[in-house]
Design a protein around this ligand. Sequence first.
Ligand SMILES: O=C(O)CCC(=O)C(=O)O
Length: 235
Amino acid sequence: MLRNPAEGLFPTLHEDGFVVLPGLIPRDQVEQLSRAYDAAVESAVADDVRVGSATTRVTDFVNRGVEFDSVYMLPGLLAASSQIIGRPFKLSSLHARTLRPHMPTSELHVDVRRESRAWPLAGFILMIDEFRPDNGATRFVPGSHRWPDAPEAVMPDRRADYDGQVLACGPAGSVLVFDGSAWHGHTANVSGRPRRSLQGAFIQRDACAGTDFAARMRPETLARLSPAARYVLAL
Ligand SMILES: O=C(O)CCC(=O)C(=O)O
């Protein structure tokens, strides 16, 4: 069957506003990444850590070791992000986000409103752990990336289930890519274990990045970055 060019390489991303790219990182590398994640989170200075009501975030995984260099350069991730943004783009942020055990569902939200100057934005989540229904897999409302309203305009309780919502599940090493205007949020982690992930966003090149990578850049990171990585980081 002929592909509709408007749908791009990822027709479900076009239709639903998100796509799971399963097993983008091979199993042996996920194990390495998992160990590096724990070590980096453990050794982060307090200024780089934000403990929220359900999740713990550590900023700037561009500068936390060679293991993370390829994360924001995965060809599938770049292709899907390009489809969302549709013009030259750069990395805005890359952080660790651990959903702690026994935490409730978050509110449905968008990362960027369609009428915002910061639109478009491509969000992504690399699953360090498998995302499952019991450990807080991200939920999405398919097609909501095209809706004029954000959830707060129409939902009295944004933690409630929304008709037609789906869970973005996948094995460890999968990458979830989503339109920042899609309604989404993590679900409850009722398992006894943390759900770890690396999360980030790409934005159009002339927009203001969430993390000032140039200011934070360590000489040892800079020394090993390829010209393509420097371009993606807008260095
Ligand atoms: O951690 C998750 O599953 C959802 C992340 C999220 O809500 C966001 O990126 O805005």
